[in-house]
Design a protein around this ligand. Sequence first.
Ligand code: TRP
Length: 456
Amino acid sequence: MAEIKKVREKWGSKLGFILAAAGSAIGLGNIWKFPYIAGENGGAAFIFIYLICIVIIGLPVLIAEVLLGRTTQRNPVGAFKKLSDSKFWIGVGSLGVIAGFLILSYYIVIAGWSLGYIFEAFNGSFFEFNQSNTSAAHFNDLIQNVTWNVGFTIAFLLITMIFVYSGVQKGIERGSKILMPILLLLLVISAVKGISLPGSEKGISFLLEPNWSLVTPSSILVALGHAFFTLSLGMGAMLTYGSYLGKENNIFSASTQIVFLDTIIALLAGLAIFTSVFATQQDPSAGPGLIFHTLPVVFTKMPGGYIFSILFFFLLTIAALTSAISLLEVVVSYFVDEKGWRRHSAVIVFGGVTFLIAIPSALSFNVLSDFHIFGLNFFDLADYLTSNIMLPLGGMLISIFVAWIWGFDKALVELKQGAENVFSNYPFVISAWKIFVKYFAPVLIFLVLLNSLGVL
Ligand code: TRP
């Protein structure tokens, strides 16, 4: 029985919270995934649908999650426990913690490749493999090399652990305040560089001129699913970050700023990548391989490509780092709050456990490539289970909980604290939030889920 009352950690400032939460949101989802899914689903047309999903589902659910955290000042399991006696809802919190673990286990593998590619860029390897087929072959050689793949996964995990180990204010907040501005700066430099290349207009029109013929019903569901992933919703990461927030902070304005930052970064990444890809006459529809196969070739064909290749993989690694930190923090906060563990022990033990679960994902590209469960290797299974099932399910249940179980009357009393001006000056914003959380979010997410399960 850990009944020792410890003072719970808090963010030092609202800006610190916004940068940390934006750091969680902005990750591989923005820079690696968003550009290629936009490319596959009609460019501008897809982006338009995605933006609608962000506004009508993403933002309302983000507000709901942060509110649950701030109200209860607990991790996802503790938060549900505090507001409901039902085992079911406590189970929903636990599902979140487990999803966090699973996402982390494959996320750090891709992040490890990105870290490894900083060194590839330094060594100038891209200039030896300056055609897309040799570049892809080089990438495949690397990920099939167990030492390289597992080595960089561990290195990345250790860096993540250092930040979480140092605590909410001294580790996560301080790290985000340094890393996020660097990330933004590097991305703006890359986008300006991309736009300045001769022939970049084709990339810009690809992003701005809608091609509705590529939009299918499933693109709408891809857009909605990605809105969840990119805002780190559905498993309690934002809830956990909200739990370190003081009641005097305005959740509406903070959440809007987080969504704005996340969206701007995704669009800038799309701009930086597609202008350079088109300007160097490469294939924009390489899918998941766009970053690791196509971009290295792009760098060899642009002036200053050596420097830009280093900057790019550095910024990709930073983006992944602040996201991985938030995933590990969910697990750590659970053991600190619920089990009375010390933060340091929780980080060491669960960093170790994450490593054990990450090994099968990392080995999915070499030793275990023939090992399949439900037709998927470990890596794809962890990705599929979390992104397509656990996150939408979690997001739907969180909206249902706030709207129908906890209830708006109680939620609004909490939400009002720190946001009095929104309540008195913009009452329609509050009504819109209610309608979105109560009806739109549960119904639309349910459709995504059916689609993920192949029913729709
Ligand atoms: N949002 C991050 C990205 O875009 C990934 C991420 C971090 C995440 N924490 C999460 C996704 C929690 C879902 C849930 O890369």
